[in-house]
Design a protein around this ligand. Structure first.
Ligand code: TEU
Ligand code: CA
Length: 538
C-alpha cells in the first residue's frame, strides 16, 4: 500500500472514476447510490486502485446530473444521506482508498439559495456572487455561446439584467472576483476535508478566471492567482490530491497549474489527445495516430521534471475508448487491452473510468431514450437547422455523453445486476457478454489486464520516474515508446490496426523480460491490436 502521508504519493497512484448514478443501485429505484459504492469497495480493492474520484453527489436539481449544485454541503437524497457518505469515507479510508470529490466551483445551480437571493434584487448581498450585465430582452451583452447550446446570457426581466452562464441557463457562473464568495467556497472545501476527503477534482477549472466582456471564457489573467489562493486557503495539506479539469489547456499553461513547487494543483486533466479525431465537436475523422503520438510526446516531455501528467482515455463526458480508438467487435478484448497499456505505460497518474476495465462499449438509443442535456440540445438545434433525425443520430452515437453513462454491467442477470428495476438509462444490450462476473471468471479478461498494469506500476519505479522516448514517430500503424532511468528500461509496443505489423524491438531489448502481452506470447510480427511490454535492468 502507498504511504499516503508522503507529499506527492499520488504520483505512484491509480484512480478510478465512479459516476454514482450508474454504478450500483441498492434500494431499487433504478439509480445508483452511495450504499452501492460501499458494497463494491471489495471489487475496487481487487482491481488494485488507490483512490476513487466520485462524480458529484451533492444536492442538485440534476439538470446536468449533479454538475449543477444547489447545496455544496448536502448529499442528494437519490444517493443517500450524509451518514452514508460518512460511512463510505470511513470504509474507503480503512481500505486505503482515497476519496476525491468532484467540486464544481465555476457555477452553481440556478436553484442554489445564493442564486435565488441574487436574482431577487440588485441590492441583495448575493447579487454580486454571480455575473450580471444590464440589457434589454432582445439584446444580450454579446454573442457568446453556452457549451450546451444557446446564448451564454440569460435575461431576468425583473432585474432588467442578464446573467452569465457558460454551460446552460441552469448553471449560472459564479463571480470569482467577489472575495466573500471565494471565502465561502474555501470554508465549504474545509468542511469536506475535515470529513476525511483526500482530494478534489475541480470541474471546468480553466473557466474560473473569465472576461465575458472580451468574449473570453477560459484561462484569463486572474486564474492562477485563484489557484494559488485555493491552495493556500482550502487545500492546505500537502498530501491532498487536486486535479483540475481544463479542456482548453496546452502544455505551457499546464506547467503553471501543475508546477512541481506545489503552489497550485497536483495535476490537470488536459484534452488535447481527445480532439484529434474530432471536428467541430460532433464530427468524426479517423484517428491520426502520428499526431496522437506527437501529442503524447509533447506532454510527456513538456511536464517531465516540471509538473505532472494525468493519464486517461475515458470519463463521463467522452465516448467509450474501445469503440472510439479500438475495435468493439472482433478485437474488443485485444484492443481494449492495447489501449490500456499504451496509456498506463506513460509518466503520470492514470485514471480508469468505471467499466473501462471491462472493455465496455458505446450504445445506440432512440433519441427519446437519451437523458443528457447536451445530446438533447444538440438534436433540437440541428433539427432547427433543417437536418433530419437520420442525419443527426450518427453524431450522437459517436460522441453522445450517455455512451459512458449507461449502467455498470455487473452480471448477466436482470438489468446487468445494476438494479432490480428498469434503470434511469438503458443497460447496454451486450451486458450478457460484457460484465464483471464473467470478467472475474476469465483469467484473460480485460479486468485482469488492468489489474496487472496497476500492479506493475507499483512494482517498478521506472513507471513513475522514467524518461519518455517515442520510437518511429512517423509510423502510422503502431505506437512504441521506451521509458528509461539509470537502472531500468521499459519498452511498450502497441499495434493500432487489425492487420499484422512488422515486429518492433530495439536491439537493447532483445531477450528482455516480457512483463505483459495481450496474446499468449510476445514474439515475431505484431498480431492485430497486439500490445507488448518488455523490461530490462540496466
Ligand atoms: O465538463 C466541462 C466541459 O467543458 C464539458 O462540458 C465538455 O465541453 C462537454 O462535456 C463535451 O461533451 C465538466 C463536466 O465534466 C461535465 O460533465 C459538466 O457537464 C460540465 O463541466 C458542466 O459542469
Ligand atoms: Ca438507488
Amino acid at each position: 500500500m502507498l504511504d499516503k502521508t508522503k507529499r506527492d504519493w499520488w504520483k505512484s497512484a491509480v484512480f478510478y472514476q465512479i459516476y454514482p448514478k450508474s454504478f450500483q443501485d441498492t434500494n431499487g429505484d433504478g439509480v445508483g447510490d452511495l450504499r452501492g459504492i460501499i458494497g463494491r469497495l471489495d471489487y475496487l480493492e481487487k482491481l488494485g486502485v488507490d483512490g476513487i474520484w466520485l462524480s458529484p453527489v451533492y444536492a442538485s436539481p440534476h439538470k446536468d446530473n449533479g454538475y449543477d449544485i444547489s447545496d455544496y454541503r448536502a448529499i442528494h437524497p437519490l444517493f443517500g444521506t450524509m451518514a452514508d457518505m460518512d460511512e463510505l469515507l470511513a470504509e474507503a479510508n480503512r481500505r486505503g482508498l482515497t476519496i476525491i470529490m468532484d467540486l464544481v466551483l465555476n457555477h452553481s445551480s440556478d436553484q442554489h439559495p445564493w442564486f435565488l437571493e441574487a436574482k431577487s434584487g440588485r441590492d441583495n448581498p448575493y447579487h454580486d456572487y454571480y455575473i450580471w450585465r444590464d440589457g434589454t430582452p432582445d439584446c444580450p451583452p454579446n454573442d457568446m455561446k453556452a457549451v450546451f447550446g444557446g446564448s451564454a446570457w440569460t435575461y431576468v426581466p425583473e432585474l432588467g439584467q442578464y446573467y452569465f452562464n457558460q454551460f446552460s441557463p441552469w448553471q449560472p457562473d459564479l463571480n470569482w472576483e467577489n472575495p466573500t464568495l471565494r471565502r465561502e467556497l474555501y470554508d465549504m472545501i474545509r468542511f469536506w476535508v475535515d470529513k476525511g476527503v483526500g482530494g478534489f477534482r475541480l470541474d471546468a477549472i480553466d473557466k474560473l478566471g473569465k472576461d465575458p466582456d472580451r468574449g473570453a471564457s477560459g484561462n484569463c489573467p486572474r486564474l492562477h492567482e485563484y489557484m494559488r489562493e485555493l491552495r493556500r486557503e482550502a487545500f492546505r495539506e500537502d498530501t491532498l490530491v487536486t486535479v483540475g479539469e481544463a479542456w482548453g489547456t496546452g502544455v505551457e499553461e499546464a506547467k503553471q497549474y501543475a508546477n512541481s513547487d506545489g503552489s497550485e494543483l497536483s495535476m490537470i486533466f488536459q484534452f488535447e489527445h481527445t480532439f484529434l479525431d474530432q471536428v467541430d465537436k460532433w464530427g468524426k475523422i479517423p484517428l491520426p495516430l502520428v499526431k496522437l503520438k506527437r501529442c503524447y510526446e509533447q506532454w510527456q516531455h513538456g511536464l517531465a521534471g516540471r509538473g505532472w501528467n494525468s493519464l486517461f482515455l475515458n470519463n463521463h463526458d467522452l465516448p467509450r475508448i474501445v469503440s472510439r480508438w479500438g475495435d468493439d467487435g472482433t478485437y474488443r478484448m485485444e484492443s481494449a487491452k492495447m489501449l490500456a497499456m499504451m496509456c498506463h505505460g506513460m509518466q503520470g497518474t492514470p485514471y480508469i473510468y468505471q467499466g473501462e476495465e471491462l472493455g465496455m462499449t458505446n450504445i445506440r438509443l432512440s433519441i427519446e431514450a437519451y437523458d443528457d442535456l447536451e445530446i438533447k440540445n444538440h438534436f433540437q438545434e440541428e433539427l432547427a437547422k433543417g437536418r433530419t433525425p437520420e442525419e443527426i443520430m450518427p453524431s450522437i452515437y459517436t460522441w453522445g455523453r450517455d455512451n459512458a453513462r449507461t449502467p455498470m454491467q455487473w452480471t448477466g442477470g436482470d438489468w446487468a445486476g445494476f438494479s432490480t428495476v428498469k434503470p434511469w438509462l438503458p443497460v447496454n444490450p451486450n451486458y450478457m457478454e460484457i460484465n464483471v462476473e464473467s470478467a472475474l471468471a476469465d483469467p484473460d479478461s480485460v479486468f485482469y489486464f488492468y489489474q496487472k498494469l496497476i500492479a506493475l506500476r507499483k512494482r517498478y519505479p521506472v513507471f513513475r520516474d522514467g524518461s519518455f522516448t517515442l520510437l518511429d514517430p512517423e509510423d502510422g500503424s503502431c505506437c512504441a515508446y521506451t521509458r528509461d532511468t539509470a537502472g531500468e528500461h521499459l519498452l511498450i509496443v502497441c499495434n493500432f490496426t487489425a492487420e499484422e505489423q512488422p515486429e518492433i524491438c530495439p536491439e537493447a531489448f532483445r531477450g528482455a523480460e516480457v512483463l505483459l502481452c495481450n496474446y499468449r506470447d510476445a514474439a515475431g510480427p505484431l498480431r492485430p491490436y497486439e500490445a507488448r511490454m518488455l523490461y530490462q535492468k540496466a
